[in-house]
Design a protein around this ligand. Structure first.
Ligand code: NAD
Length: 336
């Protein structure tokens, strides 16, 4: 590799990114780690001709892509699966390649979704604090059996499929909706139904579809009204799938019994940072966090040792393939 293309500029870098990318840097790339987000003001940090590596909340809009092209950047490597933050049309226009890590550990996210369900249901987070204060009472900790309950899954790709297996293992009835039905899941006893039936029949709804024009605000006032009373909603996919104001109303009037979110529509101003000394200006997240039946985690569903290993290996592999062949064998990894 020549000296121009052996540099990779990482944005939104966290300490663990450095650990895993340094560990698996077998080709000896020069890794420039920037803690800041990529946006029109931070493009200036990139050395001409570098590969740029971004994460879920980096801003990769037309303005940024135009500036990247001026800096002779040829490759944008996402170290994540979702790509709703990248203007793919602009990348095509400016002749940049965009790649991602399509499936690093679907189990990591699926298991986190189940962890959120179990926590909200059995209130282990409250029990943990309670017994430390020598309060051994059970009042307020009542849960329900998952066995026999109906779980509705929206989006049955890698993560939705893994989650369906976990839910089946708990003895739940699994309903699923996707724009493409999955034969393997049908054999496993999952019933594919329309979106309306997911809303109407599910005790728990778990979102695993991408954020796009069709899925934006899928959970809104109308869909919430059609759900079972006291429904549990879990979102480990993307914040924009949920219309936050409607969910807050649903929680206030008790229609929504439990909400677990690992993603939030305005998360880029909050997540992945320690803001413990700041005044949070986002009133909606503050309201959400004030409900006793809401669990917020800060985009940590992917965060396992196995997933971070795969992310580093696949990202390096994608970059090397693009540098050598201008192509990637795994077609779902290449977006443009
Ligand atoms: P995937 O591409 O394997 O599966 C997505 C599925 O959604 C596909 O089966 C697709 O047909 C379906 N889909 C597309 N449009 C739909 C629609 N309008 N209605 C219903 N289904 C639709 O993706 P995946 O790896 O399973 O990931 C799912 C999502 O999870 C990603 O888009 C990403 O946003 C999110 N994610 C979150 C984390 C996290 O840490 N919280 C980590 C990885 C991925």
């Amino acid at each position: 590799m020549n000296s121009v293309t052996n540099k990779i500029a990482f944005f939104s870098t966290q300490p663990y990114d450095k650990v895993f990318f340094n560990k698996y840097n077998e080709s000896g790339f020069q890794l420039d780690f920037f803690e800041t987000q990529l946006n029109p003001q931070t493009v200036i940090l990139i050395e001409n001709g570098s590969v740029v590596c971004v994460f879920v909340n980096d801003m990769v809009n037309e303005e940024v892509i135009r500036q990247l092209a001026e800096k002779k950047v040829k490759i944008i490597a996402l170290r994540c699966a979702g790509f709703n933050n990248v203007d793919l049309e602009a990348a095509k226009k400016y002749n940049l390649k965009v790649c991602r890590v399509p499936a690093y550990s679907p189990q990591a996210v699926a298991e986190h979704a189940m962890a959120m369900i179990l926590t909200l249901n059995r209130k282990t987070h409250k029990a943990y604090n309670r017994v430390r204060e020598q309060n051994f009472s059970l009042n307020g900790l009542l849960g329900f059996d998952l066995f026999g309950k109906t779980i509705g899954i929206i989006g049955t790709g890698n993560i939705g499929k893994a989650f369906a297996k976990i839910a089946s293992g708990f003895g739940c009835k699994v309903l699923a909706y996707d724009i493409v039905e999955n034969d393997e899941m049908l054999k496993d006893g999952v019933s594919f139904v329309g979106l309306e039936d997911i809303f109407k029949l599910s005790d728990i709804i778990s979102l695993h579809c991408p954020l796009n024009d069709q899925t934006k605000h899928l959970i809104n006032k109308k869909s919430i009204d059609s759900m079972k009373d006291s429904v549990m909603i879990i979102n480990t996919s993307r914040g924009g799938l949920i219309e936050t104001a409607s969910v807050i109303e649903g929680l206030k009037d008790g229609k929504i019994g439990y909400l677990g979110i690992d993603v939030y529509e305005q998360e880029e101003k909050l997540f992945f940072r320690d803001l413990s000394d700041d005044i949070i200006q986002d009133d909606a997240i503050q309201r959400l966090m004030s409900f006793p039946n809401v669990l917020v985690t800060a985009h940590q569903a992917f965060f396992t040792n196995e997933a971070l290993t795969q992310i580093a290996l696949v990202t390096f592999g994608n970059i090397e393939s693009l540098l050598l062949d201008n192509d990637i064998e795994n077609k779902s990894a290449l977006l443009v």
